[in-house]
Design a protein around this ligand. Structure first.
Ligand code: C2O
Ligand code: CU
Ligand code: CU
Length: 508
């Protein structure tokens, strides 16, 4: 499944533009993952015994004409993830996933984050159309009061104790998420729990007869590995996450766990009625890709990273890379009470081959449906693009060590890798030798083609993260609409991201 070290080293240094010949070399990883498995030492539970938790919806501490105001405290907590064991997490409000924030499109949302951890943090709203100062740049840190400033580099803004993040939320309804984005330490921080949902609602989505309320369910899928005592196992060089970044050499490709958590619970069960459900699927894993399916029940794909599709599409399976979101409806109205269905993972094996169990408990009335027209998604016409920009995602030498590179360079916060004019349509070509889920901040894009051919069904709609495969190039059309500043394009395999697979573009 995973690429062997030898296989990996074999391709390092080969120009990606020789992509066709590379295809055969990278075959071992082609069907699955660019990452290595970290095995649990804890006794793992029987699957489908723990109920699916639904993260609580955060309540604003105040609301007025200027917007809705929230407060979140980042703190350590000890929680029960594996039955009978305790796990230390870093949690927004001490829970994993963090509280779900629900914003109204066009209404300002201000979140005050208080850092009571022992390490700096940066909060990024993934999928947010956010001014640069509030985008959670990896060098814009909130440091604990006793943090030595000497450890803070990179020229960002540093605030002590707490800061406000302001989100104008001038964007359509969508399933967003927020997570830590601290320079060099995003992987371990997210792995230990710093992630939550942030939903944007709007009138258009609300007016559709889609399943709602308790039949509208966010699913954050993450894989984790556990030590004997229940603590998370992660191959960080410095488990305290203070100064020394990085993971053990063997995990440079990314960290896979052998336990699948949904909303923080291992292989949970969701009791459902025989009705339609809207599932907001987020792959919040550091590196693991999934191919989800429910045998006998197709997914009706209704929304992508950045909101509703123009029309629904029926998919038998759904490939989901780290960072991506898919809104789907599953129709369980014909299922008999007592029926059990499993959300399976075609890219997993053993424990990771299953994700979640749906247990149908009773018949129920259901006036929801999926209309043929969901929204209008104006197509960005690639012919009108003013330029094509290439971003090559490779592994190679960086000084005295091997690193992950974009356009042959490691991330340098003081370098501008691209200058982009607001309002101009561009084609961005992501070229890759391995699996790299490529994410662009600020504005969504549309996938135009893969290897010059039609994209996958999963590429439909507005997206902010795209699953780029070994020896592949993916063209997307992007137009940044507003907010001048420095933003990031990066790989959302968090180990790659932490090993400098990021670049800066500047909008003006
Ligand atoms: Cu979800 Cu720049 O990250
Ligand atoms: Cu983002
Ligand atoms: Cu990558």
């Amino acid at each position: 499944m995973t690429l062997s070290r030898r296989g990996f080293l074999g391709v390092a240094g080969v120009s990606v533009l020789g992509a066709a010949s590379l295809g055969s070399l990278v075959l071992p990883g082609a069907a699955g993952q660019t990452a290595e498995l970290m095995r649990s030492r804890a006794r793992l539970p029987e699957p489908f015994t723990v109920p699916l938790p639904i993260p609580p919806v955060a309540r604003p501490v105040r609301s007025d004409a200027s917007g809705d105001y929230y407060e979140i405290t980042q703190r350590e907590a000890s929680v029960e993830i594996l039955p009978g064991l305790r796990t230390r997490i870093l949690g927004y409000d001490g829970i994993f996933p963090g509280p779900t924030i629900v914003s109204r499109s066009g209404r300002r949302t201000v979140v005050t984050h208080r850092n009571e951890l022992s390490v700096p943090t940066a909060v990024h709203l993934h999928g947010g159309h956010t001014p640069a100062a509030h985008d959670g740049h990896p060098h814009d840190l909130v440091v604990p009061p006793d943090w030595g400033m000497a450890h803070t580099m990179g020229g960002g803004t540093v605030t002590v104790g707490q800061r406000d993040y302001e989100y104008p939320c001038r964007q359509r309804a969508a399933t967003l998420w927020y997570h830590d984005h601290r320079m060099d330490f995003t992987g371990p921080a997210v792995y230990r729990g710093l992630a939550g949902f942030h939903l944007v609602h709007d009138d258009e989505d609300d007016a559709l007869p889609l399943p709602r309320e308790e039949r509208d369910i966010p699913l954050m899928i993450t894989d984790r590995s556990f030590d004997e005592d229940g603590s998370f196992r992660y191959p960080a060089l410095d488990l305290a996450m203070r100064v020394l970044p990085g993971v053990e050499d063997d995990f440079m490709e990314g960290v896979l766990g052998d336990v699948v958590l949904v909303n923080g619970a291992p292989w949970p069960v969701l009791e459902v009625e025989a009705a339609r459900y809207r599932l907001r699927i987020l792959n919040g894993s550091n590196a693991r890709r999934y191919r989800l399916s429910v045998p006998g029940v197709p997914f009706v794909h209704i929304g992508s990273d950045s909101g509703l599709l123009a029309r629904p599409a029926t998919l038998e399976s759904l490939t989901v890379a780290p960072g991506e979101r898919f809104d789907v409806v599953i129709d369980l109205s014909g299922q008999r009470p007592g029926t059990e269905l499993t959300v399976e993972n075609g890219l997993g094996s053993g424990g990771t081959a299953s994700v979640l169990r749906l247990r149908v408990t009773r018949r129920a009335s259901d006036d929801s449906r999926v209309p043929d027209r969901l929204s209008s998604v104006p197509r960005l016409d690639p012919v009108r693009a003013v330029r094509t920009r290439q971003w090559r995602f490779t592994r190679g030498e960086a000084g005295d060590h091997t690193s992950w590179l974009i356009n042959d360079a490691t991330f340098d916060p003081n370098r501008i890798d691209a200058d982009v004019s607001l309002g101009e349509l561009e084609i961005w070509r992501f070229v890759s030798e391995l699996h790299h889920p490529v994410h662009v901040h600020l504005d969504p894009f549309q996938v135009i083609s893969r290897r010059g051919k039609v994209p996958r069904p999963e590429d439909a709609g507005w997206k902010d993260t795209v699953d780029v495969n070994p020896a592949e190039y993916v063209d997307v059309a992007v137009r940044f609409s507003d907010y001048a500043g420095k933003y990031l394009v990066h790989c959302h395999n968090l180990e790659h991201e932490d090993m400098a697979m990021m670049a800066t573009y500047r909008t003006s």
